[in-house]
Write a protein that binds this ligand. Structure first.
Ligand SMILES: *Cc1c(COP(=O)(O)O)cnc(C)c1O
Length: 426
């Protein structure tokens, strides 16, 4: 049965002349209409928000190489190589981080693994912050050694310790600042000087900070890594990651190595959500910071709280560095409570918090709180390689029993504080 699309054009709105014209020149069968009915060329009116291009393949107007590594940069051929919606997000992120180019990934971990596995080879040495995101810590401890890559975990806030870890084979230094979950900072420009002196590259996981708070490339970093799942997406509804590079050439190499061949691409739908979320990044970060400062001050004065880690507090050991390096102290904080209360309080929070969600993740519009047991971190994430000094240092920030990590959301600060106050009881 043939279905003349002309009759359907009324559904598209009377003033949509372009659509009416396009439809009136076609008269397709129903199956053809199912397949091509959305293929109307609407060059006018130009939408003020770019649409989502979910297409996984693109019609070619010139020959393209079948070898995926030789495909041209901005000639969209196949979505694993490039996609207009994903490219829009990459362009935005490169701009926000003052980099030359960016690659988006399916998750922050895909970006992390992509960078490490394409910049490092058998025989290379990596220096990695001894406190960092659990997935990153496990990846470098469990996976990289299988490929002949040596890893030294060191306190990157201590420049002498970093210098002592350097070997002639050191290829990359990876820092996370502020780091998860202790909010310890690392001086990006000081580490970048060490890198320059020793001919190695610097990668910064800047997820906690966002480009609103710090732009590592301006401090000398070669790569910035983000979990877009967190503040940049910002609404808790998508997972994604990205690497921004100081040099477009390095990004191109990582792209063919790790994105095209390992395949961890970001879906165009998530790219659209994340790009939309990023529209309000500065506005949200201002509110996250405002709320986090108030919550940190409340916690600092609470009798059951023994320590608060927040770079914006005077009491943070590296507050001066925070002021020098960060334009916004962020929405992340962590705290410990009086000995003997940690497990009970976390259980109470699970049951009794009414506004704050007892949940992992961060950078959400909603406040999220989660207790991480110190032994669990030491055994699983940091593993047996930690020295006695590293364990002591860690416990100084995270306590003996566990650390509460909080992502302070966009609600009214007074409401967040009231919710905390009603559970922080003996
Ligand atoms: C969440 C997170 C990651 C991993 O990102 P995913 O998107 O969950 O894969 C890496 N680094 C930091 C600091 C994170 O918070």
């Amino acid at each position: 049965m043939r279905c003349c699309l002309r009759r359907m054009s009324g559904l598209l709105g009377r003033n949509n002349k372009v659509n009416q014209l396009a439809f009136s020149s076609q008269c397709w069968g129903a199956k053809t209409a199912e397949v091509h009915g959305d293929g109307v060329k609407t060059s006018f009116p130009t939408p003020s928000v770019p649409g989502i291009t979910m297409s996984n393949s693109f019609k070619l107007d010139k020959p393209a190489s079948f070898s995926i590594t030789e495909q041209e940069k901005d000639n969209h051929v196949y979505t694993r190589w490039s996609n207009p919606t994903v490219r829009n997000l990459e362009t935005k992120l490169a701009f926000l981080e003052s980099g030359e180019d960016c690659i988006a990934y399916a998750s922050g971990m895909a970006a992390t693994a992509g960078l490490l596995l394409s910049r490092l080879s058998n025989g290379d040495h990596l220096i990695m912050s001894d406190i960092n995101y659990a997935g990153t810590a496990e990846l470098v401890r469990h996976t990289l050694p299988r490929f002949g890559i040596d890893v030294s975990l060191c306190d990157t806030s201590n420049l002498n310790e970093v210098k002592d870890c350097i070997t002639p084979r050191t290829k990359l230094i990876w820092i996370e600042t502020p780091c998860n979950p202790t909010l310890r900072l690392t001086d990006i420009s000081a580490i970048s000087e060490i890198c320059k002196d020793n001919g190695c590259e610097l990668a910064v996981d800047s997820t906690f900070a966002t480009p609103v708070a710090q732009k590592p490339i301006n401090f000398g970093a070669d790569f910035v890594v983000h979990s877009l799942t967190k503040y940049i997406g910002g609404h808790g509804d998508s997972v994604g990651g990205a690497i921004v590079g100081r040099s477009a050439e390095a990004i191109q190499q990582i792209k063919s190595d790790s994105l095209v061949h390992q395949g961890g691409i970001l879906s165009p739908f998530n790219a659209f959500l994340i790009s939309r979320g990023a529209i309000t990044l500065s506005l949200r970060m201002a509110q996250h910071e405002k709320n986090a400062k108030k919550v940190a001050q409340f916690l600092e004065s609470h009798p059951l709280v023994t320590r608060v880690n927040y770079p914006g507090l005077q009491s943070h050991e590296q507050h001066e560095l925070a002021k020098r390096q960060m334009n916004n102290f962020g929405g992340m904080l962590s705290f410990t409570t009086v000995k003997g209360t940690t497990a009970r309080l976390s259980e109470k929070m699970m049951k009794e918090l009414s506004l704050i969600h007892y949940a992992v993740s961060l950078g959400h519009s909603k406040s999220l709180l989660f207790m991480i047991e110190t032994d669990a971190i030491l055994n699983s994430t940091f593993g047996p390689g930690m020295s006695v000094k590293q364990i002591q240092d860690f416990k100084q920030f995270a306590g003996e029993e566990g650390i509460f990590r909080m992502s302070v959301g966009l609600e009214e600060a007074d409401d967040i504080i009231r919710d905390l106050d009603q559970v922080l009881k003996n």
